[in-house]
Design a protein around this ligand. Structure first.
Ligand code: ARG
Length: 644
C-alpha cells in the first residue's frame, strides 16, 4: 500500500512520496517509478518547470554503467538562453548534496545521469520484492492499478490472443512452434498486466485439403492405426493421398502456366473426388461432417495433451470450420454494398490495388467452385469474435510469411466500413526456423519436437555420471529442462530474426541457454537449503533488521549492481508489453544471472564473515533475486525446476 511504502521511505529518512497529478506512474508495482516521482519533484522545484515534463523526459540507460536513470536536459526545453551543457551543470550544482534516494549526480555533457543510493536499494527494493513476490513485475494485486491518486477502476480490458493454430492432418511445422511459444508469452504478459485474456487456437480444420484427407481415408485409413497413433496416422493418410494427387496438381499447374483452361483437368480423378467431398461438407452433409468431426475431435484431444507439457491451455479451440455461414454471407453482402466485390474469372475477388492499397494485389474471396476461402473465413471470424467477446484488442501470432495476408484481412474490414474494428487488430509476426526438420530428422508433430529435445537433454545429463546419480527424478528434470531449451532458443533473438534449430547448442548448460537459466534458478534455491533457512526466516529477519545488508551495499559494488538490476524488472515487463518481444525479458534474465554468478564469491552465505545476521541478509538478497528470476521464467512460459 501507499502507507506501507511511505513507512519504508521514512525509515530511509525520505519525505512521503510526492503527490503529483497527471503522471502515469506505478510506484506500487514498479520501484523505479518511486525514484522517478521524487526526481520529477526535485528537478521541477530546482528549475521551476512542470514535474510531469521532467517525469516524461527521464530515460533508462541501456547499461547500468551509465546510471539508473538519465535526464537529457534539452528535453526540458528551458528558455533561459543558456547552452544545454551549462543548464546541465547548473542542475548538477543545485542538486541536493545528500538525498536518501539519490547519489549526487555528475553531469556528462547535456545528460544528467542519476544513480540510486545504495542504501535505498537494499532497504526499499528488497522488502518491495518480498512483499510483491510472484506479483513483482506484474500489475496484479496493486490495489490501485495505475496512478494512486486516480480512482480505482474495475473494468478490465479484454484481449483475444490467437496462436499456434496448426492444420489438422498436416505437419506441425516450425511456424506453429514459434507461434505457440511466442503466443503463450504474449498471453502470460497480458494476463500479468491485468487484462482479461482469451486464448484461441484457430485450427486449420476446413478447406479442400479436408476433402482430400477424406478421399485418402477411404483408401488408406485404418481404425486400428487411428486408435493407436491418431495424429501420426492422419498425417500418413494425408501424405499418401497427397502423393497420389501430385501428378494431377502438376498437370493443372502446367495448364494454367500455359494459359489453358484447367476446368477439364479439375473435373476428373482425385480433383473431382476432393472437391465433391468438400462440397458435401460445405453443404452440411451429415455423413461427411461426421467423419470430419471425428478427425477434428481426435486431433484436439492429442493437442490438449501436448500443449499441457508447455503449460498452455486454450480457452477455445475454434477453427476455420467454426466461422458462421450467416456471417460469411454478411461479409459478402457488405463487400457488394461497398462496391469492392468483383467477379474475376468465375470467382469473386477484391482488387485491393483499385481501392487505394498499393502492394496488396488482388485476392480471391470466393472460389470458382463456389467454396469459401481462407481470407473470407478469417474476415468473418473477426465479426463472430466481436459479437461473442466484445474484445478491446485482438492479436494474431503468425509468421511473417502471412504479413501480406493479414494486411489484406485488416484492409478488407476497412473496406466493409469497419475501420474501427480493424484498428483493434494486431499481427504479431516472427521469422523462420532454418531447417528444423533436416536437423531433427523426422519431426512432424509438436510432441516429436518436445520428445527429441527432452531426450537430447537427458543425454547431456547422463554424461555427468556423478551428478546424474544425485538427481531424484531425472525424467521429470529432462522434460522440464529440455522444453526450456527449445523455448529459450526460440526467444533469444528479436521475433523477426530467423534462427537455426541447433539441438546441441540449445541443450548445453553453458552459454545463454534454457538449461543455463534452469541451473541458475536451481542454484539459488539450494542456497537457502544449504544454509538451513526458510523463506519465513528471511521475512522475519528483513522486518527486524532492515539494515542487515547495509555493510554489503556500502562496500561491495557487486551487491549494489545486483539490486539495481532487480529494481529494473517491472520496467522490463512494461517495455515487453509495448514491443511484445520475449527477448526483452530473456535478455534481462541473462544479465541478472551473469551478475549473480559474479556475486557468489564476493557475497557468500554459508560461512559469511560477520555471523548469522550477515548470512540472513545475504540469503534474503539471493532469495529476492531468485524470485525475480522465477517471475521472469514463468512469464516466458518456462517451469523453473527446484533443484539442480
Ligand atoms: N492454420 C494457419 C497455418 O498453418 C495459421 C492460422 C493463422 N491464423 C489466422 N487467423 N489465419 O498457416
Amino acid at each position: 500500500t501507499l502507507d506501507g511504502l511511505n513507512a519504508l521511505l521514512s525509515q530511509l529518512g525520505a519525505d512521503p512520496i510526492p503527490k503529483i497529478s497527471g503522471l502515469a506512474a506505478h510506484p506500487l508495482s514498479r520501484p523505479i517509478d518511486i525514484y522517478r516521482v521524487y526526481l520529477a519533484d526535485i528537478v521541477a522545484r530546482l528549475i521551476g518547470c512542470e514535474a510531469p515534463l521532467v517525469y516524461e523526459s527521464l530515460q533508462s540507460p541501456t547499461s547500468t554503467a551509465n546510471g539508473d536513470l538519465v535526464l537529457p536536459v534539452p528535453r526540458l526545453r528551458l528558455k533561459d538562453g543558456k547552452k544545454p551543457a551549462d543548464q546541465c551543470s547548473n542542475l548538477e550544482a543545485a542538486f541536493p548534496e545528500s538525498h536518501p534516494l539519490f547519489r549526487k549526480p555528475k553531469a556528462t555533457g547535456i545528460h544528467l545521469p542519476l544513480y540510486f543510493s545504495p542504501l535505498s536499494l537494499s532497504r526499499l527494493v528488497l522488502p518491495y520484492i518480498f512483499q510483491r513476490q510472484q506479483a513483482y513485475g506484474s500489475n496484479l494485486d496493486t490495489g490501485l492499478r495505475n496512478d494512486p491518486t486516480a480512482p480505482a477502476t474495475t473494468d478490465r480490458k479484454k484481449v483475444i490472443i490467437e496462436f499456434s493454430s496448426p492444420n489438422i492432418a498436416k505437419e506441425f511445422h516450425a511456424g506453429h512452434l514459434r507461434s505457440t511459444i511466442i503466443g503463450a508469452f504474449v498471453s502470460n504478459l497480458y494476463q500479468s498486466m491485468d487484462w482479461d485474456v482469451v486464448k484461441i487456437n484457430y485450427l486449420g480444420d476446413w478447406g479442400k485439403q479436408f476433402g482430400l484427407l477424406a478421399v485418402g481415408w477411404q483408401r488408406f485409413g485404418s481404425e486400428d492405426e487411428l486408435a493407436r497413433q491418431p495424429l501420426k496416422h492422419l498425417l500418413d493418410v494425408y501424405a499418401r493421398i497427397n502423393a497420389a494427387f501430385k501428378p494431377e496438381q502438376e498437370a493443372s499447374k502446367r495448364a494454367r502456366d500455359e494459359g489453358r483452361d484447367t476446368a477439364e483437368i479439375e473435373s476428373q480423378g482425385l480433383f473431382a473426388e476432393r472437391n465433391a467431398f468438400f462440397r458435401r461438407m460445405e453443404d452440411g452433409d451429415a455423413e461427411a461432417l461426421a467423419l470430419w468431426s471425428r478427425f477434428r475431435d481426435i486431433s484436439i484431444d492429442r493437442y490438449v495433451a501436448t500443449y499441457a507439457r508447455l503449460n498452455i491451455g486454450f480457452d477455445e479451440y475454434s477453427g476455420e470450420s467454426q466461422v458462421k455461414t450467416e456471417t460469411i454471407k454478411r461479409v459478402e453482402a457488405l463487400l457488394q454494398e461497398n462496391g469492392v466485390y468483383t467477379e474475376h474469372n468465375g470467382s469473386w475477388a477484391i482488387d485491393f490495388e483499385k481501392h487505394g492499397s498499393k502492394g496488396l494485389g488482388l485476392a480471391v474471396v470466393r472460389g470458382r467452385t463456389g467454396t469459401t476461402t481462407y481470407l473470407l473465413r478469417d474476415v468473418a471470424a473477426v465479426l463472430d469474435r466481436e459479437a461473442k467477446y466484445a474484445f478491446d484488442k485482438m492479436i494474431y501470432v503468425v509468421s511473417t510469411e502471412q504479413d501480406l495476408y493479414f494486411r489484406r484481412v485488416f484492409r478488407t474490414l476497412e473496406l466493409i466500413g469497419r475501420a474501427d474494428l480493424a484498428s483493434r487488430l494486431q499481427h504479431v509476426n516472427f521469422g523462420k526456423v532454418v531447417s528444423l526438420s533436416s536437423r531433427l530428422g523426422t519431426v512432424q508433430l509438436l510432441s516429436d519436437i518436445l520428445d527429441q529435445s527432452r531426450d537430447a537433454l537427458h543425454e547431456v545429463m547422463r554424461r555427468n555420471t556423478v551428478k546424474y546419480a544425485q538427481v531424484a527424478d531425472p525424467d521429470a528434470v529432462a522434460e522440464a529442462v529440455g522444453i526450456s531449451a527449445v523455448m529459450v532458443q526460440d526467444m533469444s533473438g528479436k521475433r523477426i530474426n530467423n534462427y537455426p534449430f541447433d539441438i546441441s547448442r540449445m541443450t548445453s548448460f553453458e552459454g545463454d541457454t534454457g538449461p543455463y537459466l534452469q541451473y541458475c534458478h536451481a542454484r539459488l534455491n539450494s542456497i537457502l537449503r544449504k544454509a538451513g533457512l526458510t523463506r519465513d526466516d528471511l521475512v522475519d529477519h528483513l522486518s527486524q533488521h532492515p539494515d542487515g545488508l547495509d555493510a554489503d551495499v556500502l562496500s561491495k559494488q557487486h551487491c549494489v549492481d545486483l539490486l539495481r538490476l532487480m529494481a529494473q524488472y517491472p520496467d522490463v515487463t512494461a517495455t515487453a508489453l509495448r514491443n511484445l518481444e520475449p527477448s526483452t525479458v530473456l535478455t534481462y534474465l541473462f544479465r541478472l544471472t551473469h551478475q549473480l554468478s559474479s556475486c557468489y564469491d564476493v557475497l557468500q552465505v554459508v560461512g559469511a564473515e560477520g555471523g548469522r545476521d550477515v548470512m540472513l541478509a545475504r540469503a534474503a538478497l539471493y532469495e529476492g533475486a531468485r524470485q525475480v528470476l522465477e517471475n521472469g521464467m514463468r512469464l516466458l512460459g518456462l517451469s523453473p525446476v527446484e533443484s539442480k
